[in-house]
Design a protein around this ligand. Structure first.
Ligand SMILES: [Zn+2]
Ligand SMILES: [Zn+2]
Length: 502
């Protein structure tokens, strides 16, 4: 028994060394993302989604991994770890309490796993009660297809095959990153894509949706290819990584067994997919991208940010749902992702217009005059404040405050992302004064007129003009193109009124 515990302990320690040294590696390197700080897989190979994370890689002329290891930091780290291991080994040998402690931790972890598994079984059973044709195996087969379609679209810089089964937030993420690659003159070709394992990790239902988090363990190589010459600019070796892909559909939607959004078919009428600008099938006119008929990909979470929790504590959500039954936390998070990428793209491309339609006018003025956006709104300026290596980590609704004295409701959403501040030349695209890549935690405050309610029909869709009903595209317009009504005053949908700290 003692021997087993000892072996376990050593194994755990080696796992610890690996993770810890990875931290050193990535912190010293700082090449890209956010997620690097806790998992090595992100530092080199890039799946579309991970690219989404570490993303807009712009130093295309660097070779290899784009990160360098600081050998001194590494050595210090190793000595530190070595010392820690020795101490722990000695303690565990001499003091039986240490073993006991470890065993307690292990038992607690096992218990969490057991609860998670039970939870998962119960929730899948609930889904099957309402949708007897649902099968985990078939679901996984389909989402594996989705996974590969997205990698292909990423490589080819063509989002059309994935458009119908991804949310606005996911679409914005890929669009901005691919636009950035194009802007810098390359594409990121993914090769030797291998799904090592895929599984249903958690399943649950919230007030409106069935939600399934599918786990993917995968591996792939990638290289950056010059768009003009076809020359290979950079090659990255592959390392396995794990991601969790969140798929949602409206409660009551049923498995049809027929081809659907992932197979490029309208899940309502079965015709080859062709969607209008507002997300409706061109043939049967049904709105097919809101999860009413089929699963939609709404989030991609790196392993280091994934909690696997199936219920969350959001302050004020009960009160909000009482008042507005079609309100949904994931929908707010998706909207916030879109806002984040609008702001990121303004900074990346030096074009402030992407911000105007998402902000309430008073806040837009504030952003426009802030030094963090210097040069972004000025087309004459040679250098503008910019970002590099932008990657999103997590977007989470934390708090809802109803009935504010100004006539608005508010939601507060925490956005975790990483990137490096820099300045970019609007002509040559050259980057200067680049700072350290660091993690940012910001709270986005969104507001909406107290009298406005959500409509589940428009969840994951851009809400149309409040005045005339015309569709609103996620463009640079801040007025309805048809009737001229303001679209950013909080009478149509949630608008951004603050980012803290900016
Ligand atoms: Zn149709
Ligand atoms: Zn209008």
């Amino acid at each position: 028994m003692k021997k087993i515990i000892f072996t376990l302990l050593i194994t755990a320690l080696f796992a610890f060394i690996f993770l810890y040294s990875t931290n050193i590696y990535s912190r010293a390197g700082g090449g890209h993302s956010y997620s690097d700080s806790s998992s090595r897989s992100h530092s080199s190979s890039s799946s579309s989604s991970r690219s989404s994370y570490r993303s807009s890689k712009t130093h295309i002329h660097s070779t290899g991994k784009g990160s360098t290891v600081n050998p001194v930091a590494g050595l210090i780290g190793l000595f530190f770890i070595g010392g820690t291991i020795l101490i722990i080994i000695l303690i565990s040998r001499k003091v039986p309490a240490a073993n006991k402690y470890n065993e307690t931790i292990k038992r607690a972890n096992d218990m969490t796993e057991t609860i998670k598994t039970q939870d998962r079984e119960i929730n899948i059973k609930k889904i099957k009660e309402l949708d007897p044709a649902f099968s985990e195996e078939k679901f996984i087969e389909r989402v594996k297809k989705a996974f590969l379609i997205i990698q292909q679209g990423w490589s080819e810089q063509n989002l059309s095959l994935m458009r119908s089964f991804v949310s606005n937030g996911i679409y914005a993420r890929f669009s901005v990153q691919i636009d950035m690659q194009r802007y810098m003159g390359f594409r990121n070709q993914l090769e030797n894509i291998k799904i090592i394992n895929s599984w249903v990790d958690t399943a649950y239902s919230d007030n409106l949706y069935d939600v399934i988090n599918a786990g993917f363990a995968a591996q792939m190589d990638d290289k950056n290819i010059d768009l003009k010459t076809g020359k290979i600019l950079q090659t990255n070796t592959s390392e396995p990584f794990t991601e969790f892909w969140t798929f949602m559909r409206r409660k009551g939607a049923k498995t049809t067994g027929k081809a659907g959004l992932i197979e490029s078919r309208c899940p309502n009428c079965g015709s080859a997919i062709k969607i209008t600008e507002s997300g409706n099938c061109e043939y049967c006119k049904a709105y097919i991208m809101g999860g009413q008929y089929d699963w939609v990909l709404t989030e991609i979470t790196q392993e280091c940010e994934y909690s696997g929790q199936t219920s969350r504590n959001i302050q004020g959500i009960g009160e909000m749902i009482n008042k507005d039954p079609d309100f949904n936390a994931s929908v707010i998070e998706d909207k916030t992702s879109v806002m984040f990428f609008n702001i990121a793209s303004s900074l990346l491309f030096g074009d402030g217009h992407h911000i105007r339609n998402i902000c309430r006018p008073d806040y837009f003025e504030q952003i426009r005059s802030s030094r963090q956006f210097k040069g972004v709104f000025d087309t004459q300026s040679e250098w503008y404040t910019s970002l590099d290596d932008v990657a999103i980590g997590a977007v989470e609704l934390k708090r809802i405050i109803l009935n504010q004295p100004d006539g608005f409701d508010r939601v507060e959403v925490v956005v975790k992302w990483s990137g490096a501040n820099c300045e970019r030349n609007s002509r040559t695209k050259e980057v200067r004064n680049k700072g350290e890549n660091h993690t940012n935690i910001q709270t986005y405050t969104l507001a909406r007129r107290t009298s406005i309610k959500s409509s589940a029909y428009y969840n994951f869709k851009t809400v149309p003009c409040h005045n005339c009903g015309a569709p609103i595209s996620n463009s640079t317009h801040y007025q309805c193109e048809f009737c001229g009504s303001a679209i950013n005053d909080g009478t149509r949908d949630w608008v951004l009124i603050n980012i803290s700290p900016l």
